[in-house]
Design a protein around this ligand. Structure first.
Ligand code: NIG
Ligand code: FE
Length: 408
């Protein structure tokens, strides 16, 4: 007789295991059992093995749907202040790039983040993680990049570490020291990159403060050569690499991160087919960020036909940040991925589960299979496409993270 920690009966399961027959990897009239934080059994209810029903908590799913816990693989959710004033400026005609060139944009959040204590940043960021979790998120990536000096970059990563320790949601940290050029290094971008490579990165690696390293490779960010220096150094130190690439122009960054076997290239509205071919070869995930596309009222869509032609794995993330995507909702991103980017609802769901896990280099989650982490959500829906189709009537019923029922 099986000894399990909990069992869910009377559920339909979208396993999201890649499957050519059914995009959701559906098992209807199913059951799922967990033990020690992992999935111990799942399958058709008819095949359920005998288990110790007297001492096992049993949940009745009432015919609703279970999906993997959602994974937001690209956020900047630790920051001071807000940029509502720039929202107003953009509405009166200024562009995101104009504002950045005038010393606003990312640099205004840098000022507020430097001024904020670690405690204040933690309190604000904790609310953001709560909001994501309320919509079914079980893993979130968090980037630094609003400190832009060694002490403040480390401060941000320590806040991320604290969040990971204190929050039930799993927090994966990324070092983004090369996010913008701080005022102290105006006209000396290479000098700042020296500090990122020789001072910040070694400390981040030695203290285990980040899993991965990112750079904003863009006309208003850093050049291809500067990006290459940072990512190469990161790899030497044993860190994974990813990139903000081709958001506003094509600098070839996505090809670079693929050449370095990077996890993901993110944004990529302006990517070339040559870079897409490199990504296909290296298995680098295409992370698309409809919240930034929407907020900046971009018109150039990422080239999805080419992504599909070269069979890239596509992830969808919130890019939650105070400037280009002040939207702390992965459910809305799924909807926007369909409405603005024309992904199918199953592609959108794969984008926030299986492919988002791959974009973070995590092979223990993102699909529901025996042995994977017991991270899953029970939704009050009649079919999985509803998760992308509707917004504002959060259907989350129950959330399980590493086997713990965190929302009933
Ligand atoms: O992903 N593009 C660079 N970084 C962020 C924006 C951050 C900000 O505006 O504060 C992004 O869009
Ligand atoms: Fe971003």
């Amino acid at each position: 007789m099986q000894q399990w920690d909990a069992v869910w009966l009377n559920v339909n399961i979208a396993t999201m295991v890649a499957n050519t027959q059914c995009a959701y990897g559906t098992i209807e009239n199913a059951a799922i059992a967990i033990k020690e934080g992992a999935i111990a059994w799942l399958g058709s209810k008819d095949a359920l093995p005998e288990f110790d029903a007297l001492s096992t908590p049993i949940y009745d799913g009432k015919g609703n749907w279970i999906t993997p816990g959602l994974i937001d693989c690209h956020t900047h959710l630790i920051f001071g202040g807000n940029r509502a004033n720039e929202f107003e400026m953009r509405l009166s005609g200024a562009s995101y790039e104009d504002i950045a060139k005038q010393g606003g944009g990312i640099l205004s959040t840098v000022k507020a983040t430097r001024e904020a204590s670690a405690e204040a940043l933690f309190v604000a960021a904790n609310k953001h993680v709560n909001a994501l979790m309320a919509e079914g998120v079980t893993t979130v990536e968090v980037k630094s990049g609003y400190g832009l000096d060694t002490a403040n970059e480390i401060k941000m990563l320590e806040v991320a570490q604290l969040l990971n320790q204190h929050h039930v949601v799993d927090v994966q940290s990324t070092f983004l020291g090369a996010h913008a050029l701080p005022a102290e290094y105006k006209d000396d971008a290479d000098g700042y990159i020296d500090v990122v490579c020789n001072e910040m990165l070694p400390q981040v690696a030695e203290r285990g403060l980040a899993v991965a390293v990112d750079v904003f490779c863009e006309g208003i960010g850093f050049s291809y050569q500067q990006t290459e220096r940072v990512l190469t150094k990161a790899k030497e130190l044993g860190l994974k690499v990813k990139l903000h690439a081709e958001q506003l122009s094509d600098l070839g960054g996505a090809g670079l991160v693929a050449d370095l076997n990077g996890l993901s290239a993110d944004h990529i509205e302006y990517i070339s087919e040559a870079s897409i071919e490199k990504m296909a070869k290296s298995g680098t995930v295409a992370v698309v960020l409809p919240g930034a596309f929407y907020t900046l009222r971009e018109t150039k869509l990422p080239p999805f036909d080419l992504f599909r032609k070269h069979q890239l794995d596509i992830a969808v993330a919130s890019d939650f940040n105070p400037g280009s995507s002040p939207i702390c909702s992965l459910q809305l991103m799924m909807n926007m991925a369909c409405t603005l980017f024309r992904l199918t609802p199953s592609e959108a769901l794969a984008g926030v589960t299986r492919n988002a896990a791959k974009a973070l280099g995590l092979d223990d989650r993102g699909t529901l299979e025996v042995g994977k982490r017991a991270d899953f959500a029970l939704w009050d829906i009649a079919q999985p496409a509803q998760l992308a189709y509707q917004f504002g009537c959060n259907p989350l019923q129950q959330l399980v993270i590493a086997g713990n029922v965190v929302k009933q």
